[in-house]
Design a protein around this ligand. Structure first.
Ligand SMILES: Cc1ncc(COP(=O)(O)O)c(C=O)c1O
Length: 384
């Protein structure tokens, strides 16, 4: 295809095409909110909370201003604060670690399983022994597939620490048939526009099975207040806008069909790239990851940067999630980590590449991306 001189544009994300069929519905919702002149929280937020609570199989869901704030609120609600330490993965978006620092605690970074890219429970066990008194563990369900939760939950129980699921990328994912965001003390969701359920701006949600935590979370997002102008805790302003909730309610109706499309794209990538013998690593799902939601389809190559440039030259958008692991970020230098400390995260940061997998893609788009990848490896003059 590409050798025949055809050049297509396949962006990493194409919200314009995704939103086009929903345009009238969404504009009607925006008009309704504008006419109501009620812009903060309200019935729309409550309805979205109910939808997400039942979707994640948790009795309580509480809207907030972002996925980053969801993590912050979860930690604060679990009583994590200055002097505490929290275990988390070294291979995630910065917000996972940033929330720990924002509550005044210190992150303890744990390496990943190099196959799933999620936190390695064996290393979690070792870290819990090495650092007595860990207050919480934040596993991240990276790229849309769940971390290995059972051993993590068991370890947390034995060490008396809370489990906060960072499910920013994983709404709808399942672990052994259990819903992401329903297994730990608190689950965290992001509605950032690029997420599987993305708003027209920032937004987030926390989920929990615990009534007491739900009450505290609901208070913490409005300055720790359960009754107006009376404050039980010092919270923050992290409310979800009415307009975002109204838009997200429309998009929620399409979420499962979009997830299905993401899974079909992933299967086609696997089929074409797997059969072609192209020397790249394809994402591996383990049997416990009973539903992957493919927020990202991440391949692996020792020639990642050159392959990325080749794809870009041929109109294919890709992204590196993430080029520098959390333990080596400049702001965490004082924690004393060095290159080589968490080798699987460091290797992944050098070799992984996210391909377009958004629901608005066509079969032709996927085939084109695969052709471009194959042509890269067939090019004898390539500069790896
Ligand atoms: C793993 C992870 N955690 C947390 C967040 C933060 O979410 P938000 O951008 O809504 O603050 C993100 C968003 O990119 C994420 O990918």
């Amino acid at each position: 295809m590409i050798l025949a001189g055809v050049k297509k544009s396949v962006p990493l994300l194409d919200l314009a095409t995704l939103h086009a069929p929903l345009r009238d519905e969404i504009i009607a919702e925006i008009t309704r909110i504008v006419d109501s002149q009620k812009f903060i929280m309200g019935e729309d937020v409550k309805q979205l909370e109910q939808l997400v609570a039942s979707y994640t199989g948790t009795p309580y869901a509480i809207g907030c201003a972002s996925g980053s704030d969801a993590l912050f609120l979860a930690l604060a609600a679990c009583g994590v604060g200055p002097g505490d330490r929290v275990l988390t993965t070294s291979y995630s978006f910065f917000a996972t670690a940033g929330a720990i620092t924002r509550v005044g605690a210190t992150p303890v970074f744990v390496d990943i399983d190099p196959v799933t890219y999620n936190i390695d429970p064996v290393l979690v066990a070792q870290a819990l022994e090495r650092h007595p008194g860990i207050k919480a563990i934040i596993p991240v369900h990276l790229f849309g597939a769940c971390a290995d939760m059972d051993p993590i939950l068991e370890l947390a129980k034995a060490h008396n620490c809370a489990v906060i699921e960072d499910g920013a990328q994983s709404i709808g994912a399942e672990y052994k048939g259990r819903k992401a965001q329903s297994m730990g003390e608190v689950g965290c969701i992001s509605f950032f526009p690029s997420k599987n359920l993305g708003g027209f701006g920032d937004g987030g949600m926390v989920t929990t099975n615990d009534e007491g935590l739900a009450r505290k979370l609901a208070a913490l997002r409005v300055h720790g207040s359960l009754k107006k102008y009376y404050h039980e805790w010092v919270g923050v302003n992290s409310r979800l806008d009415t307009m975002q909730a109204a838009i997200l309610k429309v998009k929620f109706r399409y979420l499962d069909s979009w997830t299905e499309a993401r899974n079909q794209h992933a299967s086609l990538y696997r089929q074409i790239l797997g059969d072609s013998g192209t020397p790249i690593g394809l994402p591996v799902t383990t049997p416990y990851q009973t539903r992957h939601v493919y927020n990202q389809f991440v391949i692996r190559s020792s020639e990642r940067d050159a392959l990325k440039a080749w794809l870009q030259e041929h109109g294919v958008g890709t992204e590196v999630y993430y080029p520098l692991p959390l333990h080596l970020q400049p702001c965490y230098l004082d924690l004393g980590y060095h290159e080589g400390d968490l080798p699987h995260s460091e290797a992944a940061a050098k070799e992984t590449l996210a391909l377009p997998v958004h629901p608005a893609m066509s079969t032709d788009d996927i085939e084109y991306v695969c052709e471009v990848i194959k042509s890269y490896f067939l090019n004898p003059a390539r500069q790896a």
